[in-house]
Design a protein around this ligand. Sequence first.
Ligand code: IPM
Ligand code: SF4
Length: 476
Amino acid sequence: MSHPRSLFEKLWASHEVASISEDVSLLHIDRVFLHERMGGVALKALRDAGYPVLHPELAFVTLDHIVDTRPERTSCTKVPGGEDFIKVTREESAASGLKLFDVGDPDHGIVHVISPELGTVLPGLTLVCPDSHTCTQGALGALAWGIGSSDGEHALATQTLRVARPKSLRVTFNGKLQAGVTAKDLMLALIARHTAVGAQGGVVEFCGKVVEAMSVEERMTLCNMAVEFSAFSALIAPDQKVFDYLAGRPYAPRGAAWDAAVESWRFLKSDPGCHYDLELSLDCDQISPMVTWGTSPQHAVAVMDRVPDPETMAAGTSGASAQKALAYMGVAAGVPMEVIPIDAVFIGSCTNSRLSDLRAAARILQGRKVAPGLRAICVPGSARVKRAAEAEGLDKIFRAAGFEWREPGCSMCFYAGGEHMGEKARVISTTNRNFEGRQGPGTRTHLASPLTAAASALTGHICDPRRFLEGKDDEV
Ligand SMILES: CC(C)[C@H](C(=O)O)[C@@H](O)C(=O)O
Ligand code: SF4
């Protein structure tokens, strides 16, 4: 009998076209997804070099990173020079015969939100995209990872890529989540404990009772944050929830092909006793809603805790870098997180802009108003999410609370020269990165879940969402 294999080993082996050296293989790439920041340029370079896209029907393009998300969408982008990226992406997608989900398309949105929605990613596939959060899509049981532009060209021209075999890790989330604690909080807790380099460039498989109990959308949040843990990618063994989620999606197989696909997907799980290079586990019963105080996702504490003292900080954060983070963030060691006032709230991004995220925030916002003077923005991750949210009246709840209700896109998740909340503005944000300048020059980002962001919007300072959940059922 062959040795027990992990899901990662199975996916690797089933896509290996050739072994190039002990550590490097040529892998078959099943899907390529592109966006306008990198995709148009890659397509043009390829065409200029005289190579056609080998399988245009297996490559997809969206406009998400720099498109204008303001409700009236009066420009195509607010990023200076951004029109050129958009123009070349439109021209090159057409020239190469690739499906482009343009602004206004009913399936338009952030790449990692629309790919699962459309079923362009499926269990057992390999998928690449020139974007670091491609790992999000591993939540469906695909090996999906971010690549550079030249690898993008290679994948488009040959449907293969040379890949150095990453290490494998298993992260087991044990126990049961308390009410008000989400996938986002788990990842901040994991990264705070094991540092932002904890995954050491490996492929993380998320396992355990907590993951099994999660919805597919929550699993996407887990996998999305894996790159902030320095993972090559993340994976979750697909189960019936994933199959139900994918059934009937536009690019998912149908009829007999669907039945055969589901049968084959049932084998996509790790064998008992298989090998991982590293194993970590987290007992989730005691995890609280988390929020970051500094400029790395590892700078996270429970929302009812205090800003930590650099002198007594956990492994991986030197006193000097913590002091620098405190200075940038304009917060002092020892201050309770909950007294820190905020200027703005951003609910969106490929981490937390799906329907379940917007429902969670709306549950807290319903019938209430954001604190006076606070700027609050909600950016649904895709046109589908936006329509579904509007169909159940979530837009009305957000608007009545004082939120801007926007068009889909990356928006103020990252600053590329366009819109931002302002120098030194303090933002609580459902995004995944809080580096210096990430959301704008001097802008201060506190990462949190949609629940925590919504609760903070109401009080005007960082706030434990459980204050607003008491007496409500705990189905968040
Ligand atoms: C612009 C893009 C290449 C970048 C990424 O790779 O992740 C962006 O999406 C981000 O989140 O920083
Ligand atoms: S939403 Fe943010 S993190 Fe996600 S792809 Fe866009 S810029 Fe990157």
